[in-house]
Ligand binder design. Structure first.
Ligand code: NAD
Length: 341
């Protein structure tokens, strides 16, 4: 696999292929940019149809982290790891992965992402100190980032709906770690929930909140006030956009737009899209505060700054008649250019 011939390559600073045949694990660490600080971004543990798809994901996700961290005003660059083959001895694979992270000497900081847990991070921490997402003492930032991601998404949804979710219908696609916390926050303020997930067990956990269940492949089309994609990326595409049942989109999933043109398609359809990486920064805010030894109070304050930022780019997008993600992309590029100078 050659990163430079992959369509998702964007001048990444470094791409490291890792693995151990004896352990049966394989992965990729992609460092997109360290212009604003060490490249931080979680480790996705996932299987792909082709190895090249894992590379595409690592390249896209690490670039996304550069944008997310810059937009959240964090002193961090963007990186991401993907473990796309996990051997039978998971703990040994994770320790080997930690050793690879350590070799990068702080240029990359890892944490949880899809398929990874707090226990995984504790194992990785045996072989590297460049890891976050591990519970700390009372009052200190640390642990599972997903409740913070969910809080940032929830407050953004509330702002987009004019300050209240009461009685409003929210369609949530994917009720895993973030989606579950998001549903709890929404139900706590009397929103009506419709949920869809390919995993039946995940749905069952949310049902007691009074959520209605829609087929996973139809959740985007449910008639709702707002659609919250909280599963995997590329859910907003040429096929799904004409079928959307909501006029506002705001969720946690990374890389929601399948292509750049899909942003324009949403504008043409009169649909407001809150840029994923602006909305879903809560987890990385927590990771950053944990890494820098800050308090939980600091995390809370920084996560509460997300919704006003979302509203600012959405409103600028409306004024300019462009997708809000183009507004945030522009702000990030200016910030990185200034840092490089
Ligand atoms: P998770 O693995 O805990 O949950 C994802 C859920 O989506 C699972 O329940 C899965 O069954 C479901 N799903 C997968 N494919 C689906 C489909 N086609 N239709 C419906 N449901 C589907 O992951 P998570 O940590 O909750 O993350 C969710 C999304 O948010 C991911 O895109 C992730 O990259 C992004 N994100 C997560 C965090 C975080 O703090 N965990 C931070 C930023 C962004």
């Amino acid at each position: 696999m050659n990163p430079k011939t992959n369509a998702a390559y964007d001048g990444h600073e470094e791409v490291v292929f890792i693995g151990d045949d004896a352990l049966g694990y394989k992965g990729i660490i992609a460092i997109h940019s360290t212009a604003l600080g060490p490249a931080a971004g979680g480790c996705r543990m996932w299987t792909y149809a082709r190895d090249e798809d894992a590379l595409t994901d690592a390249l896209r996700l690490s670039r996304g982290m550069t944008y997310k961290n810059a937009m959240a005003d964090l002193p961090l660059g963007g990186g991401k790891a993907v473990i796309y083959k996990m051997g039978p001895d998971r703990a040994a694979c994770l320790r080997a992965f930690g050793a690879e992270v350590e070799k990068l000497q702080g240029r990359y900081i890892t944490a949880e992402d899809v398929g990874a847990t707090v226990s995984d991070m504790k194992i990785i921490a045996r072989t590297t100190s460049y890891v976050a997402g591990i519970p700390k003492e009372e009052g200190q930032a640390g642990g599972d980032p997903s409740p913070w991601t969910a809080l940032g998404v929830f407050l953004s949804i509330k702002a987009l709906l004019g300050g209240s979710v009461e009685g409003r219908t929210i369609a949530v696609q994917g009720v895993g770690a973030v989606g579950r916390h998001l549903c709890q926050l929404l139900a706590g303020e009397a929103a009506k929930l419709v949920i869809g997930d390919v995993n039946r067990a995940a749905l069952v956990r949310i049902e007691p909140l009074g959520a209605e269940i829609a087929p996973a492949d139809q959740i985007h089309a449910v008639n709702a006030d707002l659609f919250a994609p909280c599963a995997l990326g590329a859910g907003l595409n040429q096929k799904s956009i004409p079928e959307l049942g909501s006029k506002i989109i705001c969720g946690a999933a990374n890389n929601q737009l399948a292509t750049e043109e899909d942003g324009a398609r949403l504008v043409a359809a009169g649909i407001t899209y809150a840029p994923d990486y602006v909305v879903n920064a809560g987890g990385i805010v927590m990771v950053s505060c944990e890494y820098l030894g800050e308090s939980e109070q600091a995390v809370d304050a920084k996560v509460r700054a997300i919704a006003p930022r979302v509203m600012a780019v959405v409103e600028a997008g409306r004024r300019e008649g462009v997708s809000p993600h183009l507004v945030s992309d522009r702000l990030v590029r200016a910030k990185i250019a200034a840092a490089r100078k």
